[in-house]
Design a protein around this ligand. Structure first.
Ligand SMILES: C[S@@+](CC[C@H](N)C(=O)[O-])C[C@H]1O[C@@H](n2cnc3c(N)ncnc32)[C@H](O)[C@@H]1O
Length: 284
């Protein structure tokens, strides 16, 4: 029996193809929009490069072996390899694993499957386990414990991702573990927090770009297709609009209402970089 393809993964690969074709970008993470960088789609590859540089600048001295969990299309792994680290990836997506191998090279070892389910040899340990915008996809109850299991004594966990805030109201932007629940899981884990940086302001502009794409590209395209289809097949058009009315309303609200922007991201999400270390009494 063939397994179902996850629509989130399809979305990630479609985005990757689109941005690679138009901008040459092979990254799947947000960009870091520092003050000197104009927020426009053409600058997205530069903003994503700045994110990678920022992320990798937090790898402590002495780290050699890195496990890149949710390695996407291999952009961060390629950068790590270029800097001399030994890197292995974890990826549940066959499509993205293929893209990662193309980018990082055939020798790039990928553990196939979800981090929750991948099994490692008992002695397979790393100096650092990294989650670059992949933490939110992984079950919060077990992720910190599982990551620690993969660490050498004194090893680190590096998380760069966004979380849900407690702001009242309903966000049209999905994703992120609730920050309160994460903080509780972190406290329970006993991990030492070495760095905790809030980069919400520098990452929120990514949503302004998404908003601009919705207004200036998706909306006019949908309208054009709807107009042509409605004129040529009026009855079928009515039927499909009735059958998929819920889906159409959801797409309109999520992508075309103009609510999916940087301001709303900064209200409902908080983007954090956290560098964590196993404390002495956690060592086995
Ligand atoms: C937004 S992409 C980030 C990719 C990459 N780390 C980067 O920084 O460009 C999210 C990644 O998480 C992966 N992912 C989703 N669920 C996962 C899981 N349960 N275990 C491991 N990785 C997962 C996806 O396949 C994808 O590669």
């Amino acid at each position: 029996m063939t397994s179902k393809v996850d629509s989130k993964e399809v979305g990630l690969v479609a985005g990757l193809n689109l941005f690679h074709f138009f901008l040459g970008s092979r990254d799947l993470h947000y960009g870091l929009w520092q003050d000197d960088l104009e927020v426009c789609i053409q600058n997205l590859p530069e903003a994503q490069k700045r994110y990678s540089d920022f992320l990798l600048s937090h790898i402590p001295q002495g780290v050699k072996r890195v496990l890149d969990v949710g390695c996407g299309a291999g952009g961060v792994a390629t950068e790590l390899l270029a800097r001399g680290y030994q890197v292995e990836g974890v990826s549940p997506s066959p499509l993205l694993s293929e893209a990662a191998r193309q980018q990082a090279g055939e020798d790039f070892k990928i553990h196939k499957g979800r981090f929750e389910e991948v099994s490692f040899k008992a002695d397979e340990k790393f100096d650092l386990v990294m989650f670059s915008e992949s933490f939110q996809y992984i079950t919060l109850d077990t992720v910190l414990e599982d990551a620690q299991q993969r660490l050498n004594p004194g090893g680190y966990i590096l998380i760069c991702d966004f979380f849900k805030t407690n702001a009242a109201g309903r966000s049209v932007i999905g994703g992120g573990h609730p920050i309160d629940k994460f903080m509780m899981a972190l406290e329970k884990s006993g991990l030492e927090v070495l760095e905790d940086k809030d980069i919400t302001r520098e990452t929120a502009p990514n949503l302004d770009i998404v908003d601009q794409m919705g207004r200036e590209l998706l909306l006019p395209t949908f309208k054009l297709v709807g107009y042509a289809f409605g004129s040529n097949h009026p009855w079928l058009n009515k039927l499909l609009r009735w059958k998929y009315q819920k889906k159409i309303r959801k797409i309109n609200r999520k992508y075309l209402s103009g609510e999916r922007n940087g301001k709303s991201f900064a209200r409902f999400k908080v983007y954090r970089l956290l560098l964590l270390r196993k404390t002495e009494n956690q060592e086995s």
